[in-house]
Design a protein around this ligand. Structure first.
Ligand SMILES: C[S@@+](CC[C@H](N)C(=O)[O-])C[C@H]1O[C@@H](n2cnc3c(N)ncnc32)[C@H](O)[C@@H]1O
Length: 222
């Protein structure tokens, strides 16, 4: 799979990366920042923060780090803290990161954004009192952890490009990694994914999607 990428501007003015050959993007062409904020923070993190102030997050597909950035942004004015574990197989290069306009859009977090990219793989770093980051350069298929996560940001490429990441077997594994009461969120709303998440054990809701997308999915592990 060729991973040649280029920066594109999405409908809300925020950048994302496009994999030229797959025509896949890291976030929605209808608005990268908007999608990240709506799906992962709005329908995931904010829901968790209703009942707990310390949240452990597992992200599948760290990519540009936009979801981590909006997560930090969301808790900045609160007393909440996050332990953020992110998996990534093909880290985005520093030169690509430098081209993205996220720090221009959220200037207060410019240092934070460069720190999450400078953080070493496989090492837990407390970036500040609120945000601890642990990035693993590993495929979700190979990832092993005793930890159970309060919140899963499932942000792999779509089922059309990476069907193996949306298989029932893989979703069962992610369910295992979810803590009781934990929440799974994804931008995807495919019927088969919805059924497989249910089969894996989640109680699944189809929610209205971010601008430009009709639906998204959220699962809760009871
Ligand atoms: C849709 S993009 C993620 C966007 C990212 N959350 C962001 O904020 O930019 C999907 C990401 O998953 C990564 N990925 C692909 N296969 C993976 C795997 N098997 N395990 C973990 N990550 C994977 C890709 O390299 C890519 O960075």
């Amino acid at each position: 799979m060729s991973m040649e990428r280029r920066v594109i501007k999405t409908a809300d003015g925020s950048h994302t990366l496009e994999i030229i050959e797959m025509e896949d993007t890291y976030h929605s062409r209808h608005g990268a920042l908007q999608e990240s904020d709506y799906v992962f923070v709005g329908k995931g993190l904010n829901e968790k923060l209703v009942t707990q102030q310390q949240v452990s997050i597992l992200e599948i597909g760290f990519g540009t780090g936009l979801n981590a950035l909006v997560t930090k942004h969301a808790i900045s004015s609160t007393k909440a803290s996050v332990h953020y574990t992110a998996l990534e197989t093909s880290p985005v290069h520093q030169e690509e990161i430098a081209l993205l306009n996220y720090t221009a859009l959220i200037p207060a977090l410019a240092d934070f954004y460069s720190e999450i990219h400078r953080a070493k793989w496989g090492e837990e770093v407390a970036l500040d009192e609120q945000f601890t980051l642990l990035k693993h350069q590993v495929a979700i298929e190979e990832f092993k952890s005793e930890k159970r996560f309060d919140l899963v940001y499932f942000d792999a490429f779509g089922p059309a490009s990476q069907p193996e990441l949306w298989s029932l077997e893989l979703l069962r594994k992610v369910y295992e990694l979810t803590a009781p009461g934990g929440i799974f969120v994804t931008y995807c709303a495919k019927g088969q994914v919805r059924r497989d998440l249910t089969e894996a054990g989640y109680t699944v809701e189809r929610l209205p999607g971010p601008p430009g997308k009709r639906h998204m999915l959220r699962g809760v592990k009871s």
